[in-house]
Design a protein around this ligand. Structure first.
Ligand code: SF4
Length: 405
């Protein structure tokens, strides 16, 4: 931030010393660090109005005045996973024989329905490398003519784009440099949630203990390699899984640092934990709306003009939607007119009109974006893989959002 903002002293006087210090840095246009973000995460309810005002002001000034979403279909290619996160409601461990993976005709049926409903994104979400743990996964892949989930995913992405025009965005978990490089050819953007940078959460009793792929070092390597490969990349944090405020702040800062090296993090998702029946964390408390708002404000102020902030609209209660706009989100993520949210399937997607009303309540018009963010469409074409450049150009306006007809 270059120019200074101002706020009446009476408002600053209401803040605790640490929150005041962070706020004064924002007002002076100075960047924040994890310590400042941690102070914001520990703010009291009475401090929230000042923090959310600052956050909205910074968003308007540095990240633009719109809130966006992507019209997508959700393709759960496989629910088998080599990991077993204690909160996961997506993973299955006993699939019916022959049904480990969706077959190409099933994948295409979902994508074709999405194309008919005006979607632009095919979101491939899947368990991580199930063939490393389950012999039936490897057997099924071999029967399909592939030796790994990543190879099969490549083919499904290629097919979907060729046959339907939907642009793939895949979240297949940990990938090597070469796997990322290959998938970049058939994905307009990709993603991997960092979740949290704390190794403590991987220790016995922690939510990531049974999940080798949730090792923060491995996940940061993927973020690093995605930057080297110029992949417009989505990542994020999972709020409320037992992390401390300092660990959450360090996670947000770790993402910022890798982004500052490559400019590739197109959005950071702040995803609140939801307790799923039948999982080991079924009775773990969920984060409150206040915690979520503070996390969104901390992310928004830490990222300033650098990275947009997303939170999914189907997680909080419907009446809280406008409350999520208050701390200045930039995006609602993918909203599907066709498929349910397979990760949080008990939560229906809100209607687009409800999102428009919630955004409008704080003065932000709603826009449709492609799976790749407007910044890359307008300023960084080198991040758009060759195969997607023409359709991206045809579909977008001068700001990089989907052209309105
Ligand atoms: S990596 Fe993802 S799919 Fe696998 S167990 Fe963890 S949350 Fe579930």
């Amino acid at each position: 931030m270059k120019s200074k903002l101002s706020l009446k002293a009476e408002f600053l006087n209401m803040l605790s010393p640490k929150v005041r210090e962070s706020s004064e840095r924002v007002l002076a246009g100075e960047p924040l660090n994890a310590g400042h973000a941690s102070a914001i995460l520990q703010a009291g309810p009475s401090e929230l109005p000042v923090l959310t005002w600052l956050s909205r002001t910074v968003k308007l000034k540095l990240r633009g005045g719109f809130i966006s979403y992507s019209r997508k279909v959700f393709i759960p290619l496989t629910r088998l996973c080599r990991n077993a996160c204690l909160y996961c409601g997506f993973r299955v461990d006993q699939p019916k024989p022959g049904e480990v993976f969706l077959k190409p005709r099933q994948v295409l049926a979902v994508a074709e329905a999405g194309a008919r409903a005006g979607c632009f994104e095919a979101l491939f979400t899947l368990g991580e490398k199930p063939e490393e743990k389950y012999p039936e996964a490897l057997k099924e892949l071999k029967g399909l003519g592939f030796s790994s989930t990543v190879e099969y995913l490549y083919e499904c992405c290629r097919l979907v784009f060729k046959r339907t025009g939907l642009m793939p965005h895949s979240n297949p978990g940990i990938l090597s440099f070469d796997e990322l490089k290959a998938l970049r050819e058939v994905n307009v953007s990709m993603g991997l949630m960092l979740e949290n940078v704390s190794h403590r959460l991987c220790k016995p009793g922690g939510p990531h203990q049974p999940s080798p792929g949730k090792n923060p070092k491995l996940r940061m390597e993927v973020l690093e390699n995605a930057g080297r490969l110029k992949i417009a990349f989505t990542t994020g944090v999972l709020l409320g899984i037992g992390e401390t405020e300092a660990e959450l702040a360090q996670s947000l800062e770790a993402i910022l640092k890798v982004h500052q090296r490559y400019g590739h993090v197109q959005e950071v998702i702040v995803q609140p934990f939801k307790a799923k029946a039948g999982t080991p964390m079924a009775h773990h408390p969920e984060p409150s709306l206040l915690q979520l708002k503070k996390a969104l404000a901390a992310a928004s102020l830490l990222y300033a003009g650098e990275i947009p902030v997303q939170t999914p609209p189907n997680l909080p209660e419907a009446e809280s939607l406008a409350g999520l706009v208050e701390p200045a989100i930039d995006d609602w993520g993918g909203v599907s007119p066709v498929t349910p949210d397979h990760v949080n399937h008990e939560r229906p997607w809100p209607q687009v009109e409800a999102l428009r009303r919630a955004a409008g309540a704080w003065g932000f018009p709603l826009k449709v974006r492609l799976p790749v963010y407007p910044k890359y469409v307008v300023e960084r074409l080198d991040f758009i893989p060759e195969a997607f450049r023409k359709p991206v150009d045809r579909l977008t306006d001068r700001l990089g959002y989907v052209r309105e007809v």
